[in-house]
Design a protein. Sequence first.
Lengths: 164, 572
Amino acid sequence: MRRHVISVLMENESGALSRVAGLFSARGYNIESLTVAATHDPTLSRMTIVTIGTERVVEQIIKQLNKLVDVVRLTDLTEVQFIEREMMLVKVRALEHGREELKRLADIFRGSILDVTDSSYVIELTGDDHKLSAFLDAVGRDNIIEVVRSGATGIARGDKSLKP
Amino acid sequence: MELSGGEVLIQALKEEGVEFLFGYPGGAVLHIYDALYEQNSVKHILVRHEQGATHAADGYARATGKPGVVLVTSGPGATNAVTGIATAFMDSIPMVILSGQVQSRFIGSDAFQEVDCIGITRPCVKHNFLVDSLENFAETIKKAFHVATTGRPGPVVVDIPKDFTTPGITVPFEYPKSVNMRSYSPAEQGHPGQIRKAVDLILSAKRPMIYSGGGVVLGDAAEQLTQFTELLGYPITQTLMGLGAFPASNKQNLGMLGMHGTYEANMAMHDCDVLIAIGARFDDRVTGEIDSFCPDAKIVHVDVDPASISKNVTVDVPIVGNVSHVLEAMIALIRDTDKRADPADLAQWWATIKQWAGTNCLAYEKSPDLIKPQAVVESLWRATKGDAYITSDVGQHQMWAAQFYGFDKPRRWINSGGLGTMGFGLPAAIGVQLAFPDEIVACITGEASIQMCIQELSTCLQYGTPIKIINLNNRYMGMVRQWQEFNYDKRYSHSYMDALPDFVKLTESYGHVGMSIDNPADVDAAMDEAFAMKDRLVFLDFQTDQKENVYPMIEAGKGHHEMRLNPARELA
Ligand SMILES: Cc1ncc(C[n+]2csc(CCOP(=O)(O)OP(=O)(O)O)c2C)c(N)n1
Ligand SMILES: [Mg+2]
């Protein structure tokens, strides 16, 4: 079992997302996260799917995705050097002496504080899965009020690209 | 040419060469029905239930290789069609299903007869389209036919909001000559390196086995398969869906494999050292227990769908491509080389196979009192000289049809293999008979299955389809009863068919001919009498042995080499 980050370029048409989501649920594949938005070419959407599975299952996932008529191209980013980023918003309890400590932590993780009240901060953080989890650990589960994560997005390093 | 949406549709169907439109009207398609009125480029066949329309179009497609086309209304029309769409999907049958939808501005408002047809059908279509404008309508239809018929074929739904077919609202019509879909380009030629590798392996086999499936029928590659197999002199078996792609009467043929396949085919699968899978998908009814599947074999797999490869069974030499192209390339390579499998090995392999065949696994007990279902199928074969189009339903009768009607030609055996849809046989036969009015079409069915789409007898009268219905009436859901006998201690829970109609009277009330046969001595004569009525639909209700089981059988969890044989073989 390994974590795979699959990048999918597909026709930006209504229903395209549900075809992918439907495929995963119908065939019992795992989805850790799924993000999607239009690209610079408005006729195309780019989707990043994070899944965990055996080589055999991931090979099937890739073939089945490729078989969807709306899918233009796809690649398993985990096969190449790639960059992965996810954005996270965390609302944390920030009281008296804890406030300074949280501010310092946010700085160390290159996060920024977007909203402040007497008792809480909203911190924005970008990074890969490990970094975001590490930050949450550092803050301490007890101090977390709310977490929103965007799901991972990914792109290959170098000049290769996913083109139609 | 300025056309309304309804007229665009009719013109597009004409451009696609569509002969028949199997349909049923309703509110959302009334504009389209108006455009269908008083035109004769497309013949509309009015069924009695939308499921019937889908199966009829499906039967037409299976028999001809051309896409079957269906027209249904929104809501219940579309949901009634779903079983037939799923049936076609599981067997990769090219179909285009046109469904009406509420007006585009009402979509999502729970309007009268609104269902999310795109959502409901998504998991059982190759693709579906919601028409988004009158301007794009013709192109969408073109795409639908293209997707349905290329690569691995399958059903495609086009959902058409009513406002895009309004009479009087027109667009300039021009049917696209070709389609350009950057996201869709099915493989054609196999990879030459893989093909060479496969041929090397095939020619170095000691105990080779060819296993072919429905893909050979769908890919119109029967001729190439026969050439390939004869050139090699290897044994061959077919799946339920692949019957007829290699002549049953050819001595290299070991018959069907799998759950109710022949002993020799399954044993040869188990013991082979090189397996050549062509247009087959390693379905669980074919492989038996996967852990004991072909334990010694290196596997070559040719398929047009990359996702079929190494899905259930990991293969050694995959070749993605159109089966007929790949077979042709392999034949050319084999002809080009002197390398051949060692004749001594091959002779020994054939001797082993002959021994297995000696078990005579299809032999059944003959009876002077009870009509044996197998004997009816054999009698049908004689009466039709083995050259009829045979449709079937699902159950024991389907297996007996597959085992006892030797198919020598492709596209003659028409059954729901993947989904196993009871109710398929009769409407499918309508589609076949309409496609081939001068050919013999018979539907082998059971008293339970036939009742699932019996209403189509009315369609048969309207369009004069002289189908012969061979009802193997065992007063049981025989296949269910058999499993209950073997696995549930003969607790026959709800598998007895009580309160059956009088099929003769029923058929007569639909305007056809009915016959009831309960004496084995009358079977042949009844067949001859029925087939002499060339212009009439005849329902032959054979009262068959209620206790007969389908043998041989691979039971759940067992491998190819662990078949259960007919205990009555010795009495045969
Ligand atoms: C629509 C549908 N419902 C249920 C089944 C499950 N099923 C498979 S075979 C069978 C019995 C069929 O009985 P009959 O048509 O009399 O055929 P027989 O097995 O007796 O030859 C049933 C209920 C099915 N395949 N399709
Ligand atoms: Mg029955």
